[in-house]
Design a binder for this molecule. Structure first.
Ligand code: 5GP
Ligand code: MG
Length: 172
């Protein structure tokens, strides 16, 4: 396995897109205290750029979930490490790297609602152009991509390639 020579999405395009999404988030949560919950590990790079572009004071929490082994979704989502504090009564913006089948975000949304979150919205950098398993729609989407396995900008392949500044396609 190796990554494509050219990025599928250049760092500059990511930056421009995040500014755009951040503007919308900033106006929505301007007078509405916000808690970001990042799905780990893939979301940390997106989260760190997003919170600085949004520019609002906000809580940040992390939820470690896993469904992928290798390049295949196992179809089961597991909590590896739970939230640091209760989301009860909070307006949560779930942040993830990529919306694929939707299982992970549907699971996370359910978990937050069960723990009493007042409102749950979803922001993803990437969305794969495939039918969704669950009734889940992202409120903020960076890019729609084809159904290929991508890495970089926080996304990994067996813990490799998270450091790349752009998004790349994994190739045989
Ligand atoms: P879903 O539950 O929506 O099928 O999958 C979402 C999770 O699977 C994402 O949070 C991400 O961690 C992982 N995932 C899905 N597609 C890709 C991909 O193309 N590349 C990488 N690196 N991870 C992916
Ligand atoms: Mg993930």
């Amino acid at each position: 396995m190796r990554v494509s020579k050219e990025p599928l999405i250049e760092p500059a395009a990511i930056a421009t897109k995040i500014k755009e999404i951040a503007g919308r988030i900033a106006s929505e949560y301007n007078s509405n205290p916000l808690t970001y919950v990042a799905i780990m590990g893939g979301a940390f790079v997106f989260l760190s750029d997003l919170i600085r572009e949004v520019g609002l004071n906000a809580r940040v929490d992390f939820l470690w979930l896993s469904s992928y082994e290798d390049v295949q979704s196992t179809g089961r989502v597991r909590v590896i490490r739970d939230l640091g504090s209760s989301p009860a009564g909070r307006n949560v913006l779930l942040v993830d790297d990529i919306l694929d089948t939707g299982r992970t975000l549907a699971f996370a949304r359910e978990l937050l609602i069960n723990k009493g979150a007042a409102d749950v919205k979803v922001a993803v950098l990437l969305e794969k152009n495939i039918p969704k398993y669950a009734d889940i729609k992202a409120d903020y989407v960076g890019f729609s991509i084809e159904n290929k396995f991508v890495v970089g900008y926080g996304l990994d392949y067996n813990e490799n390639y998270r450091h790349l500044s752009g998004i790349y396609v994994l190739e045989e």
